[in-house]
Design a protein. Structure first.
Length: 381
């Protein structure tokens, strides 16, 4: 089901409820000028199989608007979130459809959306949204989960290859939620991220990205990535260009769809890249995936590698339902276990279906079978 939200044709909003065989529709809301119904549908479709791979009871959906939050004041953001929820509230609920953030929608926006839902419905329904603030129903590790999860997934790939993160150079595109916490966990696991980006260009820092500075620039000041290079002697900023020109052994595309094309993939492979782990949703074009396959670069599709975010949202739902709060350590251990489980499942399914090492096939087959079996069990519609 696709819904068109918002008054007036100038600011459309969407929620695509794709499949609820395994649980309530679940997936993020994106505010970005590129958003249209086609993009929301593809993201919702992918979400169905990703959510199945997590092993958690969640169906798949996605939503958003072409509203551009860049340069808007807090008050403008709040008013847009309130308008959006004034239409969306009738479609969602703890047992129906549970949105969260995505590009352009973080903890601030989830707060405004939750406040409006509560105002309209007169219900404190914690489980209606995930990614909530820690003081009012949010879960520890949800903020870090997607980036941390992608790094755990990369580590599982390396373990299988008898390899490790030790001393490896990584390039992580984007500098938003997924990128920042991907870099944090890569550093904790012994790797070194040397470049990241935003839509204006990229920075290269041969001493390794300084995370405190990156968080200050992107999370606190909501500034452009160029500011990072201005404040850090070892870094330089490249306006425009491709972050994939920076040599690395591990590439973690964590910005947006189609950001890594066939040409970029050839450059990465020629520079010795050995692992590509998608933090974003479908950042690699089909041509890029073909290049990686031909060059023997290990490749993890987003529906497996970035599933830690939505899996931790399901953990948030679990904590809300039981009115419980778990510690950071407990939640992170669960996340690592889930990511290792997804890797094992994709790896084993690929072997079982005659394509050893092909995590794209493994993820698609394993996710599809789980959903198809549930749809079948529920009878014809
Ligand atoms: P954020 O909004 O926090 O950050 C997005 C980053 O990507 C920013 O640095 C942004 O740069 C850059 N970016 C976005 N669109 C473009 C574009 N068209 N061209 C170039 N750069 C772009 O989003 P997230 O980190 O949450 O999401 C990143 C990706 O990860 C998305 O594909 C999302 O769907 C996916 N994902 C997110 C999850 C989560 O839990 N947050 C879970 C699973 C997947 P700028 O600020 O200049 O626009
Ligand atoms: O928590 C979520 O439902 C969520 C939020 C943002 C992105 C995603 C995703 O898996 O792409 C999920």
């Amino acid at each position: 089901m696709a819904g068109r939200l918002g008054r007036g044709a100038d600011q459309p909003g969407f929620r695509v409820e794709f499949n609820s065989a395994l649980g309530p529709y679940k997936g993020g809301l994106r505010f970005h000028p590129s958003v249209n119904l086609g993009i929301v549908k593809f993201l919702g479709f992918e979400q169905v199989f990703k959510n199945a791979l997590t092993g958690m009871p969640i169906g798949g959906g996605k939503g958003g608007s072409d509203f551009d939050p860049k340069g808007r004041s807090d008050a403008e953001i709040m008013r847009f979130c309130q308008s959006f929820m004034t239409e969306l509230y009738r479609h969602i609920g703890e047992y129906t459809d549970v949105p969260a953030g995505d590009i352009g929608v973080g903890a601030r926006e989830i707060g405004y959306l939750f406040g409006q839902y509560k105002r309209i419905t007169n219900r404190y329904e914690s489980g209606v949204l995930t990614g909530k603030g820690l003081g009012w129903g949010g879960a520890l590790v949800r903020t870090e989960a997607t980036g941390y999860g992608a790094a755990f997934f990369a580590q599982a790939m390396m373990d299988t290859a008898g390899d490790s993160f030790d001393g490896k150079r990584a390039v992580v595109s984007g500098s938003g939620n997924v990128a920042v916490y991907g870099i944090e966990k890569i550093h904790q696991l012994g790797g070194m991220a040397v470049a990241c980006s935003d839509s204006s260009g990229y920075v290269v820092d041969e001493k390794g990205i300084d995370l405190d500075l990156l968080k200050q620039v992107k999370e606190v000041e909501r500034g452009r990535i160029e500011l990072y290079a201005e404040r850090r002697g070892s870094a330089r900023f490249v306006a425009g260009g491709s972050v994939w020109d920076v040599p690395c052994e591990v590439a973690v595309p964590s910005a947006t769809q189609n950001e890594l094309d066939g040409d970029a993939a050839k450059v990465l492979a020629a520079n010795g890249c050995r692992y590509v782990v998608e933090g974003a949703n479908m950042p690699s074009t089909p041509e890029a995936v073909d290049v990686f396959r031909a060059a023997g670069v290990a490749f993890a599709p987003g529906k497996a590698a970035n599933a830690g975010g939505v899996a931790t949202s399901a953990l948030e739902m679990q904590q809300n339902a039981s009115r419980d709060r778990w510690t950071f350590e407990h939640s992170e251990a669960k996340l690592e276990e889930i990511m290792r489980g997804i890797h094992t499942r994709c790896h084993q399914t690929a072997e079982e279906y005659g394509a050893p090492g092909d995590l794209v096939l493994g993820a698609n087959v394993a996710g599809f079978l789980e959903v198809a079996e549930a749809v079948h069990a529920h009878g014809l519609i």
